[in-house]
Design a protein around this ligand. Structure first.
Ligand code: FUB
Length: 457
């Protein structure tokens, strides 16, 4: 009896004690797009961003990238693209997807075109999976291009071994698919298919993945009972169908948002469904958070319905995210570089380089940290100061923290400056050269880290 009780209480501790959902607890995120890139052991998740306090989709302005190797400790690489980095767009940075194609990383996203207010499907490119991404314009031939998903087949059609790229999109009871041209900037109009008649309850947010040679199209849909959205799917022998409608695989659940949206990835041999809910905001339907649960198939290849769980992916007490914000990203990531330069001379930097030439008082680097709620973070800076000690001040929003001493260091090293507080929303963190204590120069900042801190740690 005693043994049974012990076993039962162990199960209880494991179940109640582990809470991996929502996956990201420091920032409001939605519309997750999960990927594993070639020659990279990390799992990547790209998301849209809900502004705290807004509780509507109209104020959505940018995207984030996250990575992990253990699904417990995550890195938030910060803002990777924003409306202000896209000349042709005016609003609605809604759902997106990402792709690796011919040696480059792409963000395929939707925003409303300035002046005419129509959704377009934008393409932005980066040399690195964490961005930031540079906009290239929108995809020609796609009308009302909300909720894009890109699927690159493994049919090795191109000489470099990559397969045919396809685009899927749709909103407001529409769902289309088409083959993309190789530059990803236009579709092949003759291949466009209206997929709605092949499916049921279609509303928006298509996502295509392949399992055992079959193509699965998953999407959030509305039954005649209407909102909230449930997740449905169909299966086909070819990417553009015809699809056989299969049914619902995420039904209504407690704390769901009005919308659902997500994608499927295989990581370390396991299939995972990423989607979103309103758990982090306590049920505010349009202030959402990313969720993840394992996805399983039965012997016939049908998706076994998912019941959203608190435990999520890993048996750990909780997930923990560190914001890793590259100093050199500047405006492209919502920050600012003032009277400093980006260099690559000192080796072993992370990202595309580091920021240096802090010659005059107030020369600075600023980074943007976006968080959901007022909370504490451990503040670390990776720097080098080969010529001697360097003295700087830090401004977080309007609060000045004085006297940050960076001891001499020939090479890049991480220094821990203790706990700082961030407010809900956008936080500008500025490191600037002190005007009260001399520095020896050659000071370089590689990145700034803000690590989530929990009260019971
Ligand atoms: O996140 C904004 C919109 O809500 C997306 O584009 C839809 O798919 C829904 O999730």
């Amino acid at each position: 009896m005693k043994k049974i009780f012990l076993l039962l209480s162990m199960c209880f501790v494991l179940t109640v004690g582990s809470a991996q959902n929502p996956v990201f607890t420091h920032v409001f995120t939605a519309d997750p797009s999960p990927h594993v890139w070639p020659n990279d052991d990390r799992l990547w998740v790209y998301t849209s961003h809900d502004e705290p306090g807004s509780n509507n989709h109209y104020g959505m302005t940018g995207y984030h990238a996250f990575s992990t190797t253990d699904m417990v400790n995550w890195t938030d690489h910060g803002r990777i693209l924003h409306l202000e980095n896209v000349d042709w767009a005016e609003s609605h940075a809604w759902a997106m997807d990402a792709a690796y194609y011919r040696g480059k990383y792409y963000l395929i996203y939707c925003m409303k075109e300035a002046g005419i207010g129509l959704f377009r499907t934008g393409v932005a490119r980066s040399d690195r999976p964490e961005g930031p991404f540079t906009d290239l314009g929108y995809i020609k031939g796609v009308e009302f291009g909300q909720d894009p998903a890109i699927f690159i087949d493994d049919d090795a059609r191109l000489p470099d071994g990559q397969g045919t790229p396809y685009l899927f999109w749709g909103h407001d009871r529409q769902c289309y698919g088409a083959e993309l041209n190789d530059d990803l900037m236009s579709i092949k109009p003759e291949t466009e298919v209206d997929l709605k008649p092949q499916l049921k309850y279609v509303f928006e947010g298509p996502w295509v993945h392949k399992y055992k040679g079959k193509y699965y199209l998953t999407y959030p849909g509305l039954t005649p009972r209407r909102w909230p959205e449930k997740m449905f799917y169909g299966v086909a022998d070819k990417p553009l169908g015809p699809y056989e409608y299969k049914g619902c695989f995420i039904d209504d659940f407690e704390g769901q948002s009005g919308t659902n949206h997500g994608g499927i990835v295989t990581y370390k041999g396991k299939d995972i469904m990423f989607y979103h809910s309103a758990w982090l905001s306590g049920g505010l339907s349009e202030t959402r958070c990313v969720m993840a649960d394992y996805l399983r198939y039965d012997k016939e290849g049908n998706i076994i319905p998912i019941v959203p769980s608190k435990e999520g992916l890993a048996n750990a007490k909780r997930t923990k995210t560190t914001l890793k914000l590259e100093a050199e990203n500047g405006f492209a990531a919502g920050g600012d570089l003032y009277n400093v330069i980006v260099d690559t001379y000192i080796q072993d930097y992370s990202g595309r380089g580091y920021v240096t030439n802090f010659d005059n008082p107030y020369d600075h680097v600023s980074i943007l940290a976006q968080v959901a709620k007022p909370s504490k973070y451990r503040f670390k800076v990776r720097y080098a100061s080969p010529a001697g000690e360097s003295n700087h001040n830090v401004l977080i929003n309007s609060h000045q923290y004085r006297g940050f001493v960076f001891p001499p260091s020939e090479t890049f090293t991480e220094i821990d400056f203790g706990i700082v507080e961030l407010k809900a929303g956008d936080n500008l963190v500025r490191i600037f050269k002190s005007n009260w204590k001399p520095s020896k120069g050659q000071f370089a900042i590689d990145y700034i880290k803000l690590e989530q801190v929990f009260d019971d740690e």
